[in-house]
Design a protein around this ligand. Structure first.
Ligand code: ARG
Length: 465
């Protein structure tokens, strides 16, 4: 087994074993073992390339692939013995391989270094996770769009300053969320494109003296191309920072979304019901049904912002090329991946099951004088300047507050106290339905526009891949 007194991978020039605490302090195996699949995938490609260029024989290549496959199975069965003395996932797997296939296992590291190996592993890992995350994001968008179609005619108050402003359709509001997620999708795609380049071949920092074929390795691993510069290849973590920044934006969007869900599920708003399975109760107050999922998503947003800042700070003072500091990239990145993926998953499961309390939404829009702008626009159409119209409607609203009446509930005589230009046709614009239907242009809240926007959004999603 492992020689715990000196590390057999680099112990040659050392005259005393590494201090036991230092070994633990510098090891990353506890967390980087999650990249075992990508590490093996990278090694398989590297072995094939070494054989293609004549560094490994076909027999050696085949033994290596067989050994790596055995290691993979052992890890997946939970039978692999991870050792802190072997520092990281790379050396653990290489040592196990050598144990299985003998001296050939030691040839696998020809023409590479852990520096380009780890850079490759993280890119492969993050590419896989980006695809999973993109799939969850897409699922959430599909749920939003379907709900928006269903709620294209449902009226609710639209807010500015969290004060009732103008009536909107619930479908329109749902598609606002989708518009944010659509941008998030394209950011993830951009990030993936820059991530999808192969650092392997940079070796420790300067490249290698072996006749390697980096284009071939890139092709085997599904990378678009090999990276351009060996020094940059082993030290660059931009792709991880970009990912965390895209993740931060997504979490910020989900957090705003959460905030609205929490408000809307409250007894004060009563706009929606969240299904019980997405909520929890209180151990002391029997009446409570708490919107835990959106609250937690909102709460977890902070840690993702923190991880982005950790990575930026990690990189800001590093001279070229690789530094051990880089080992600290993994935990923030992994936690960002887990948090984002799980938050999207929770939302994708929950959103299609939101129940709109249409009557309460409508009543809130009615109560808030939300058609006041429509009345002002009406008076303007009768030839009155907008500033005067604003004044007229302001007085009508004050009267309504005093009498407990919405604008649409006033009689024609009551309305005419404020302007003689108001006539019977005013009631067409004072209804909530009339108000939303009138905003009938691209980007507007009219039900027909919502249906058209939902159709476009669906088309955009169907064109993915
Ligand atoms: N565990 C290391 C990391 O995550 C792997 C690369 C180590 N390279 C080295 N020269 N010590 O960055």
């Amino acid at each position: 087994m492992t020689d715990s007194s000196t590390n057999s991978s680099w112990g040659g020039r050392f005259s005393e074993p590494v201090d036991a605490f230092v070994a633990r302090y510098t090891a990353s195996v506890d967390f980087d073992q999650r990249m075992y699949r990508q590490d093996i995938q990278g090694s398989v490609a590297h072995a094939k390339m070494l054989c293609k260029v004549g560094v490994l024989s076909e027999q050696e290549r085949d033994d290596t692939l067989r050994g790596l496959e055995e290691v993979r199975i052992e890890i997946e069965r939970g039978e692999f013995n991870w050792s802190v003395e072997l520092e990281d996932v790379h050396m653990n797997i290489e040592a196990a391989l050598t144990q299985k296939i003998g001296i050939t296992g030691k040839k696998l590291h020809t023409g590479r270094s852990r520096n380009d190996q780890v850079a490759t592993d993280i890119r492969l890992y993050l590419r896989d996770e980006t695809d999973t995350i993109t799939a969850e994001l897409t699922r959430l968008q599909q749920g939003l769009i379907a709900l928006a179609e269903k709620e294209a005619d449902t009226i609710m108050p639209g807010f500015t300053h969290l004060q009732t402003a103008q009536p909107v359709t619930f479908g329109h509001h749902l598609l606002a969320w989708n518009a944010m997620l659509e941008r998030d999708f394209s950011r993830l795609q951009d990030c993936r494109a820059r991530m999808n380049q192969l650092p392997l071949g940079a070796a420790a920092l300067a490249g290698t003296t072996y006749p390697i074929d980096r284009h071939y390795t890139a092709e085997l691993l599904g990378f678009d191309a090999p990276t351009e510069n060996s020094l940059d290849s082993v030290s660059d973590r931009d792709f991880a920072i970009e990912f965390c920044s895209a993740a931060s934006l997504i979490m910020m969007h989900l957090s705003r979304f959460s905030e609205e869900l929490v408000l809307w599920a409250s007894a004060q708003f009563r706009f929606i019901d969240l299904p019980d399975r997405f909520c929890t109760g209180s151990s002391i107050m029997p009446q409570k049904k708490n919107p835990d999922v959106p609250e937690l998503v909102r709460g977890k947003t902070g840690r993702v912002y923190g991880h982005m800042l950790s990575l930026l700070t990690l990189m800001k003072s590093q001279p070229l090329a690789y530094n051990k500091d880089n080992q600290e990239d993994k935990e923030p990145l992994f936690d960002t991946v887990d948090t984002l993926r799980d938050s999207l998953r929770a939302f994708a499961d929950m959103v299609p099951n939101l129940i709109a309390r249409k009557d309460d939404m409508r009543e809130a829009a009615r109560r808030g004088f939300s058609t006041a702008t429509d009345l002002a626009d009406y008076v303007v159409r009768k030839g009155i300047p907008f500033r005067d119209a604003h004044e007229i409607v302001g007085k009508a609203v004050a009267y309504g507050i005093d009498k407990g009446k919405d604008l649409s509930e006033m009689t024609l005589e009551e309305l005419q106290q404020f302007s003689g230009d108001i006539s019977e046709d005013v009631f067409d614009v004072l209804t909530l339905e009339g108000s939303v239907a009138a905003r009938n242009h691209i980007g507007g809240t009219a039900p027909d526009q919502v249906r058209a926007a939902a159709a476009r959004a669906k088309k955009s999603i169907n064109s993915r891949n």
